[in-house]
Design a protein around this ligand. Structure first.
Ligand code: IPE
Ligand code: IPE
Ligand code: MG
Length: 241
């Protein structure tokens, strides 16, 4: 079992780009959606591994603003999977004291899904355990653009003095405004790219790109990555004495 004592400087916030579902299914001669269903099943184990690893925040990339480019069948299948996942997992998440939030732009999501998201957020609002954030129709550039729009509206309304805008101002307008920056960003499936995930927030994150396809990712692998994180020297631009 993972042990917090093994990871004295463990990551407080882990963000995961859950990639490789499609290839996992294709390797088995099955449709891509089969891989998405297998991938959704992995989330529970990873969420449950967090408390023992000292991870307070877990953010998972479920659907990007670019994923609408996929076939209508895949997009509709994913939306239906998200609805089913939320309905099925709500009780377990609440019982495990997991506080759920969603980030991303909701405007393109269907009303039924939005209602389920609102309900899950409301039901777990008082939970004090792991903070699970699900990025759905999320894109880092889209998030910064939406934040900038609201910031500009506040300036236009006279609520914000443009001369006071600095690095602390923009994050207050981001979807992630209540979250700390991620310490560790993990991407599965062997791709070494960010694909528009948490662009602003990950400025000083440590990265792990692992070959495992998301449906094969386990709590054990997460533990291994957390332990490796503990050995990293994070300098944030400074020189250690
Ligand atoms: C990640 O798996 C899940 C989503 C992007 C929704 P992919 O569907 O990208 O799987 P690959 O990368 O094609 O294998
Ligand atoms: C990133 O994976 C998005 C999610 C995991 C939800 P993609 O599979 O969409 O990214 P690219 O297309 O390989 O960059
Ligand atoms: Mg992919």
């Amino acid at each position: 079992m993972p042990d917090a004592s093994d990871t004295p400087q463990g990551p407080r916030h882990i963000a995961i780009i859950m990639d490789g579902n499609g290839r996992w299914a294709t390797m088995r001669g099955r449709p891509r959606l089969f891989g998405h269903h297998a991938g959704a099943k992995r989330v529970r184990e990873v969420v449950e591994a967090c408390p023992d690893l000292g991870v307070e925040y877990l953010t998972i990339f479920a659907f990007s603003t670019e994923n609408w480019k996929r076939t209508q069948v895949e997009v509709a299948g994913l939306m239906s999977l998200f609805r089913r996942y939320i309905s099925k997992e709500t009780r377990a998440l609440k019982e495990r004291n997991v506080k759920v939030r969603f980030i991303g732009d909701r405007v393109r999501l269907d009303a039924k899904l939005i209602a389920l998201m609102d309900e899950l957020e409301a039901l777990t609002a008082d939970c004090t355990g792991t903070n699970l954030t699900i990025a759905l129709n999320y894109g880092g550039r889209d998030e910064v653009a939406r934040a900038t729009r609201r910031l500009a509206q506040d300036v236009a309304a006279g609520k914000l003095d443009p001369d006071t805008v600095d690095e602390e101002t923009l994050p207050r307008y981001l979807d992630t405004h209540v979250l700390p920056d991620p310490d560790l960003v993990i991407r599965t499936s062997g791709e070494a790219r960010i694909s528009n995930f948490l662009l602003w927030q990950s400025a000083y994150a440590e990265y792990e790109f692992v070959d495992t396809l998301w449906p094969d990712f386990t709590g054990e692998e997460l533990t291994r990555l957390v332990n490796r994180f503990g050995k990293r020297d994070r300098r944030f631009g400074a020189v250690k004495p």
